[in-house]
Design a protein around this ligand. Structure first.
Ligand code: 4AD
Length: 556
């Protein structure tokens, strides 16, 4: 019987097994979808019958139709043959690879018979350990495999070391299945590179023996498939534990570590003592709206917003004091400079006036940056991350709040409602950033209205509507420091609690500060992630935190 084809568009898209599909059998009940499908199934020399639609009878196909079908059939056949060829090649290749892998399992390497016992070193010690046999452990950071040569860059957190493997060491099962991020133990001699060749620290480890310690997956599960530079930010956030292995992220964390250390040295040199106040508290500092509350043995408690109140109590005990402590804010804002948990450097200074406070803040920032840049390794890392970085110059620009309002209006920078700013406005982040970026220097913005500032701030003598308060604004980031002089009079403080609707009872210890030998004092809080984002030119503070927390994100 002639083969039957139904060529209506409708039938050719039928589901498999239905009438007129390539799975047809050529009967009237089950025709093929196309003439070429029929030819593919039965060969080119068949008589084809076709019909226009289901209601019409099957008739022999036209000559042109038959010709066209044959052409399509030949093209399809060629494709099929090619695919079959590829499949065969793939199979052959896989078999060869499997054979090579099976054989590689028989290759066992040993340290050279005359090898010296190695000295175990960290990569950091590489330069001082050249030309002697060493053992180095680390993660495979980069990998380049040639015929019987493997170049890898090893990473151990202290640096990067190029390693060269050759001969049987490149043919073992572990070598053939080596993937990035595996942990390995390398033995050999570090040799200086000749002129013209480049590698970290201008040397490489000529490996004479190596061991796999922990194999990382290749293929679909390879690290390069989990995190790539262009991956979605939420995927990168989920995989922060892998992201921090990268050069940029780990460099930022290294600057962070050096910066914390430089802050401590600077503040110690200025005579401050470090303390560690509690994180679990029952008092608020910066308003109830951003408090994280929790149950503390049946009582309500909060995660601290700021250690300021505790630092103030340290003044009569230790003199000027500082802490580097986590602070917590249940921020509703999803901005690039807000975290739910941030590292807060706070200081408190006794027997000072407002000008002393501003001068101290300037010194603390510039002194810390100078210390960081004085370390050549750190300078290199900072300049790598932020090539245009220019250390800030003293004195910082000092700008009164009222002058800032005037500046914003003169430069057509509007408030959040799209209107000109008025005295009393809290300058919103966008406006503040615009002004700071335009001026492009660090600014000590001071004298904010009391309504928009915290209850404990000292009023400007002679103009009680304003406070002796200061924000440090940095180009690119905005506010990195908030500070003020504090009320030193107990009655004034009691009135401030009342005005703020704060029950003074849990604050008895803070109020006592004014009762048992009060003094003029002031201090500030500096957002470590914010200054780090400024210094290392990160787009967001999230990149300046080890495991950042923000609205809805509490993992990893
Ligand atoms: O201006 P703030 O809220 O001031 C205080 O907490 C004072 N009690 C500090 C003091 O005087 N001891 O916060 C101080 C700094 C801000 O300038 C900012 O750098 C940082 O802390 N900061 C945040 N950083 C990241 N995410 C947040 N949600 C932050 N909130 C404040």
């Amino acid at each position: 019987m002639a083969d039957l084809v139904q060529e209506t568009a409708k039938m050719s898209v039928d589901a498999p097994g239905e009438k007129g599909t390539p799975q047809g059998s050529g009967t009237e009940a089950q025709p093929y979808a196309t003439a070429s499908a029929a030819m593919l199934a039965k060969g080119a020399d068949i008589q084809l019958m076709t019909r226009k639609d289901e209601a019409s009878p099957f008739e022999p196909i036209s000559g042109a139709g038959q010709k066209k079908a044959k052409k399509l059939y030949e093209v399809a056949q060629k494709k099929l043959k090619k695919a079959e060829g590829h499949a065969a090649q793939d199979k052959e290749r896989q078999a060869q690879e499997q054979k090579k892998l099976d054989e590689s399992k028989k290759i066992v390497i040993q340290p050279p018979a005359d090898a010296q016992p190695p000295k175990k070193i960290k990569i950091l010690q590489g330069i001082d350990s050249r030309d002697m046999r060493v053992k180095v452990c680390g993660w495979v950071h980069r990998l380049r495999v040639q015929k019987d040569l493997i170049f890898m860059v090893l990473r151990d957190g202290t640096g990067y070391l190029q390693c060269v493997l050759q001969g049987p060491m490149t043919q073992t099962y572990d070598a053939l299945t080596l993937a990035l991020e595996s942990t390995v133990e390398m033995y050999g001699v570090i040799k200086a590179l000749p002129e013209g060749k480049t590698a970290p620290d201008n040397h490489e480890l000529v490996v004479d023996y190596w061991k796999m310690l922990g194999k990382a997956p290749g293929g679909d599960d390879a690290i390069t498939n989990k995190i790539s530079e262009n991956a979605d930010p939420s995927i990168l956030a989920d995989n922060r534990h892998l992201v921090i292995r990268g050069e940029t992220a780990s460099n930022v964390l290294k600057v962070r570590s050096a910066m914390l250390s430089a802050f401590r040295t600077e503040l110690h040199s200025l005579g401050l003592t470090e303390v560690t106040p509690p994180c679990m508290v029952q008092t608020q500092v910066e308003g109830g709206a951003t408090l994280f509350k929790f149950d503390y043995y049946g009582e309500q408690a909060f995660l601290t917003q700021s250690s300021q109140l505790y630092l103030e109590t340290c003044l009569p005990s230790l003199g000027d004091a500082f802490c580097i402590q986590e602070s917590f804010r249940a921020e509703k804002s999803h901005t690039r400079r807000h975290l739910s948990e941030f590292t807060h450097l706070e200081s408190e200074l006794a027997f000072i006036d407002f000008d002393d406070l501003l001068t101290h803040i300037e010194q603390m920032i510039t002194g810390t940056v100078d210390r960081l840049l004085a370390d050549p390794k750190m300078r290199t890392v900072i300049m790598q991350l932020n090539p245009d970085f220019v250390p800030p110059q003293r004195p910082f620009m000092r700008m009164d709040y009222k002058d800032a309002i005037q500046y914003l209006n003169e430069h057509d920078i509007l408030n959040e409602e799209g209107k000109p700013h008025e005295i009393g406005d809290d300058i919103a982040e966008a406006a503040e950033r615009k002004m700071t970026d335009q001026l492009n220097v660090p600014i000590l913005l001071h004298g904010f209205p009391r309504e928009i500032k915290s209850f404990y701030m000292k009023r400007v003598p002679g103009d009680e509507r304003f406070t002796e308060s200061v924000d440090v604004l940095m180009p690119g980031v905005g506010e990195i420091v908030g500070g003020s002089m504090r009320m030193s009079d107990p009655d004034e403080l009691l009135a401030a609690y009342k005005q703020e609707g704060i029950d003074p009872a849990p604050y008895y210890w803070y109020t006592d500060q004014r009762k048992y030998g009060t003094c003029e004092h002031g201090g500030y809080g500096l957002g470590v992630e914010r200054i780090l984002a400024w210094l290392t030119r990160r787009w967001t503070v999230r990149e300046a935190s080890l495991y950042p927390r923000w609205t809805g994100r509490c993992i990893p």
